[in-house]
Design a binder for this molecule. Structure first.
Ligand code: ATP
Ligand code: PAF
Ligand code: BAL
Length: 345
């Protein structure tokens, strides 16, 4: 049956659409903005935050559509696809409570009526780095379904989480390179109180595995704190006369070594170099590799948000993303944090 209805912005059960025809028949009130959140289901508070942001972006007269589709094209290991959680009833409740008007949850046959698509989006060089290297073909599959879902849902704006930073960067790039004419918004990562980024895959972690997995956010925060500490030291040393007075005082007391050390700290690179950032993160991850159960590091990388290439050690200005991926037991987790190098005011 075709759903021929337009839905109010009131919080409640969203209309469930299973086919492209039903989605087509979803009336868009004149002038209303349609905002889309794409998910693979098993909705958690990270998704709810995206949906609430979509609701406020769309406004009370606008329309929020959530897609739920576990896209086989972006999975490498069949086991990963098979065990991906599928919880549609609970997802409808979460989506409705967060302000979704409609949930589009098609079958694989509905999305790929001709079987595996022969023509696909190619993610290019950015799609071969980090996550792309670890999961060959993943980003081609992801972009192909995102392109299809954008065509099917025809939104004014689509929202994606910064937790999947490389995915977000690639979607922005596809939309720009191929003139999709849709706005793309990134939403900051939502974390549990202990720091772990929310992810549908967290449910697979046993209690001890979760304890080990906390090394991911700890490593990112340690690197961020290291950057802040070096910046503060440098700022204090260069913006007050107290430092010069201290050096002179130590030298006058004959404490030449201490004076030299203090001088060295003051001359440290303004934001702390990329190498210091990576080292601070690695220290935490190396410790976690000796935990029981151990953390198996896949990568930790400080990259340029524009193309996900590694930031060279001699760059001390500009935006960066510190990204990490690791396995704990059978579960693979990713996380990242945005950083600004050398931002001295
Ligand atoms: N913790 C989070 N904070 C913000 N956005 C998130 C978070 N987790 C997922 N998202 C975003 O929600 C959207 C749908 O993601 P998805 O359904 O793959 O969930 P997921 O929790 O990332 O699952 P998994 O990590 O198992 O793939 C994506 O744009 C993703 O970046
Ligand atoms: C964007 C997406 C819904 C495409 O399948 C998926 O990669 C996800 O949930 O992040
Ligand atoms: N959240 C990114 C989708 C994936 O892991 O396949």
């Amino acid at each position: 049956m075709t759903a021929q209805r337009s839905v109010p912005a009131a919080l409640g059960a969203p209309v469930l659409l299973r086919t492209a025809a039903e989605l087509d028949a979803l009336r868009r009130p004149a002038g209303a903005r349609r905002v889309v959140v794409m998910t693979m289901g098993a909705l958690h508070e990270g998704h709810a935050t995206l949906i609430r942001t979509a609701r406020s972006t769309a406004g009370p007269a606008g329309q929020v559509v959530v897609t739920v589709f576990v896209n086989p094209l972006q999975f490498g290991e069949a086991a990963d696809l098979d065990r991906y959680p599928r919880t549609l009833d609970a997802d409808l409740a979460v989506a409705g409570a967060a302000g979704a008007d409609a949930v589009f949850a098609p079958s694989a046959d509905e999305v790929y009526p001709g079987g595996e698509p022969q023509v696909r989006i190619t993610a290019g060089p950015m799609g071969e780095r980090l996550e792309g290297a670890a999961r060959p073909g993943h980003f081609d599959g992801m972009l192909t379904v995102v392109a299809k879902l954008l065509h099917l849902t025809r939104p004014d704006e689509a929202l994606y989480g910064q937790k999947d930073a490389q995915q977000l960067a690639l979607i922005r790039r596809m939309v720009r390179d191929l003139n999709f004419g849709v706005g793309i918004t990134g939403v900051p990562t939502v974390r549990d109180p202990d720091g772990l980024a929310l992810s549908s895959r967290n449910r697979f972690l046993a209690r001890e595995e979760r304890r080990t997995a906390l090394a991911l956010p700890r490593a990112l925060f340690a690197a961020r704190d290291r950057l802040a500490a070096q910046r503060a030291l440098h700022e204090r040393a260069t913006t007050t006369s107290a430092h010069a007075d201290r050096v002179a005082g130590l030298a006058a007391l004959g404490e030449i070594r201490a004076a030299a050390d203090t001088q060295a700290v003051a001359l440290a690179r303004p934001g702390g170099g990329p190498a210091a950032v990576r080292a601070a993160a690695r220290l935490v991850l190396d410790d976690a590799a000796r935990e029981q159960p151990p953390l198996a590091l896949d990568y930790v990388a400080l990259v340029d948000p524009a193309d996900f290439t590694e930031i060279p050690d001699d760059r001390d200005q500009g935006d960066a993303i510190l990204a990490v991926a690791a396995r704990v037991g059978a579960t693979r987790l990713i996380d990242n944090i945005p950083l600004t190098l050398g931002a001295l005011t």
